[in-house]
Design a protein around this ligand. Structure first.
Ligand code: PLP
Length: 352
């Protein structure tokens, strides 16, 4: 086996109800609502055709995505989740010892796939992921991975920062998996900068995490390359049908998004009242907080709630939690659990 495998830590997917029994899932940044009726119908309709391969070029799906984004179909490439596309982008771009720059703290999958290409990875650290374009520009990277809104910190990058990094790097990936929860997308930059790849997913806003659909917006040259290296039938037949139905039901998903944003703002205010949490503002469907209670995630788990504990992520010191914004009633249960924890510790420890 390749020696690089010895130094790659497995991707940590966190705890799932499968591991612990019935629990409220606020750990994986999923959309907490059911799919629209049309998506459910599309899934059942597709069942009749699962003896057939899906259409290999995904033309219809790409047309719907291009329409949603406002670009040409030649700008779109697709894959089995945005996660898979991170790997294929590395396959297309990164050679041995190429300099790959990943500002931290951020999503861990970038480093896993970059390491598999035997690249030379650099992790400039920016407190609270306040990325400084000049620092990255000076590194003259082959490939940069940016994430906005960033997982796990929840903040966004501004247009100037991304533009400047694109000007001084050979290739830039801008991961916009959570962008529908933010105020602005920078996807138009992918039409302006030949070397910029914007990464999107159906797993968050469109609530199709269980079906695995991701896509990239880039120059046609990069889109062709990604299409060349991905698995020929990467997206299943039911997934295609559901993605198209979801794109046709935008109003439904925007309403859910608006509720999630309202709940995010409510949670943010409520969470700030706990002395032992330092809460960061978020433009995604989750909230990130530093905590002085080291076992907070475990205490919540005892109360039937799964949140993401973040203890040893490169670029972060101390204990943090990332809490997905759930449905209103789920968020209420979370807040009650936090209040009971607050009482049990007597409000003694403080992060402030
Ligand atoms: C969830 C997530 C993705 C998308 O993953 P899928 O493979 O499409 O489910 C991509 N990037 C980040 C930062 C994420 O948090």
């Amino acid at each position: 086996m390749r020696s690089v495998l010895n130094i790659i830590n497995p991707y940590d997917p966190g705890i799932f109800p499968e591991d612990v029994g019935e629990a409220i899932q606020l750990a994986s940044n999923e959309n907490p609502y059911e799919p629209s009726e049309n998506v459910k119908k599309a899934y059942l309709e597709a069942l009749k055709k699962i003896n057939r391969y899906p259409s290999a070029h995904y033309r219809k799906l790409k047309e719907y995505i291009a329409d949603y984004i406002g670009c040409d179909i030649s700008n779109i490439s697709v894959g089995c989740g945005a996660g898979e596309l991170i790997g294929r982008i590395c396959d297309c771009i990164a050679d041995e010892l190429d300099k790959v720059v990943i500002p931290v703290p951020s999503f861990t999958l970038y480093a896993i796939y970059a390491m598999l290409r035997n690249t030379s990875i650099q992790n400039p650290y920016f407190p609270n992921y306040e990325v400084e374009a000049d620092v990255i520009a000076e590194m003259r990277p082959k490939l940069v991975f940016l994430c906005s809104p960033n997982n796990p910190t929840g903040n966004t990058l501004n247009r100037k920062t991304v533009e400047r990094i694109a000007e001084f790097s050979e290739y830039v990936v801008l991961d916009e998996a959570y962008v529908e929860y933010a105020d602005e997308s920078l996807v138009d930059l992918a039409m302006e900068y030949e070397n910029l790849i914007v990464l999107r997913s159906f797993s968050k806003f469109f609530g199709l995490a269980g079906l695995r659909i991701g896509y990239c917006i880039s120059s046609p040259r990069i889109a062709e390359a990604i299409e060349k290296v991905r698995l020929p039938f990467a997206i299943s037949q039911p997934a295609i049908h559901c993605a198209i139905a979801a794109l046709s039901d935008l109003e439904y998903y925007k309403k859910l998004r608006d509720i999630t944003i309202q709940e995010r703002e409510r949670l943010y205010k409520e969470l700030k009242s706990f002395k032992w949490l330092k809460v960061f503002p978020s433009k995604a469907n989750f909230i990130f907080a530093k905590t002085s209670i080291d076992g907070l995630a475990e205490m919540l788990l005892e109360r039937g709630i799964i949140v993401r504990s973040i203890r040893s992520l490169i670029g972060l010191e101390g204990s943090h939690v990332r809490i997905t914004v759930g449905r209103r009633e789920e968020n209420d249960i979370l807040l009650n659990a936090l209040r009971s924890i607050d009482e049990s510790i007597g409000g003694k420890t403080s992060t402030k």
